[in-house]
Design a binder for this molecule. Structure first.
Ligand code: ADP
Ligand code: MG
Length: 217
């Protein structure tokens, strides 16, 4: 490795130390049968604890790729990503993800769906039972813990998936077009709900959206 030239722009390492999440010259290319797809190129920005970040852009611009890289399930091909100062190198517990559709296993009751990551991680359920109930209460679903997913509306199911993403108490709440599949009215309600969850939990939400109508949309 050669010493940086004084004519090079300074790297942003000094700022990375203060950032909760820091991207530095992030790149991601996919190798496909038809050639190389450059999904992300030269992404550099910092996110501080408690900030609400919206990633806005059209379909195919790399939003899902970026979120999956933060979650640690997609490897990046250049640059770096740090969460709380540590390089993201693989799946990590510092983030929880909400997808476009709630995708709740239909045979699991609502409480069991919230506890799904705990079962997958092999953690003791009894330590998380109260937390699961508190999260369901936070989104107004405490009376539904014994119901099955098909007994809930789309908006209610998406609330459950937010609880599921928060059950292991991650600092980052990643949401990939979380309300894209909901009708306009439910989407508005969920956006207000999300703002409330943000202020109540002090998490750092990062969401992707194709819409740009308000800071949390
Ligand atoms: P967005 O979420 O903004 O719609 P994506 O991150 O899904 O964008 O995709 C960004 C680009 O990367 C697109 O050109 C897409 O076709 C490509 N891409 C995404 N995932 C893969 C993959 N697993 N293999 C190959 N190309 C992919
Ligand atoms: Mg996407």
């Amino acid at each position: 490795m050669s010493a940086p030239s004084i004519t090079e722009p300074p790297r942003r390492l000094a700022r990375i130390n203060d950032a909760h999440l820091a991207f530095d010259a992030l790149e991601k290319t996919y190798e496909t049968r038809d050639g190389t797809v450059r999904a992300l190129d030269g992404i550099s920005f910092d996110v501080r604890k408690g900030e609400f970040v919206s990633i806005v852009g059209p379909s195919g611009c790399g939003k899902s790729t970026l979120l999956k890289i933060i979650l640690g399930v997609v490897p990046y091909t250049g640059g770096e990503v740090r969460l709380a100062g540590k390089l993201v190198k693989g799946p990590q517990l510092g983030a929880g993800m909400v997808f476009q559709t709630a995708a709740l296993p239909p045979w699991r009751r609502i409480l069991d769906n919230v506890l799904l990551p705990i079962d997958v991680l092999g953690l003791p359920r009894r330590n998380y039972m109260q937390k699961a109930r508190d999260l369901l209460a936070m989104v107004g679903l405490e009376a539904f813990e014994r119901k099955l997913p098909h007994e809930l509306s789309g908006g209610m199911q998406q609330r459950v998936s937010i609880c599921r993403a928060l059950i292991h108490d991650p600092g980052l709440l990643l949401m990939d077009e979380p309300f894209g599949a909901l009708d306009a009215l439910t989407r508005e309600v969920m956006q207000a709900e999300l703002t409330r969850i943000w202020t109540e939990t002090h998490k750092t939400p990062i969401r992707s959206t194709r819409r740009c109508c308000c800071p949390t949309a």
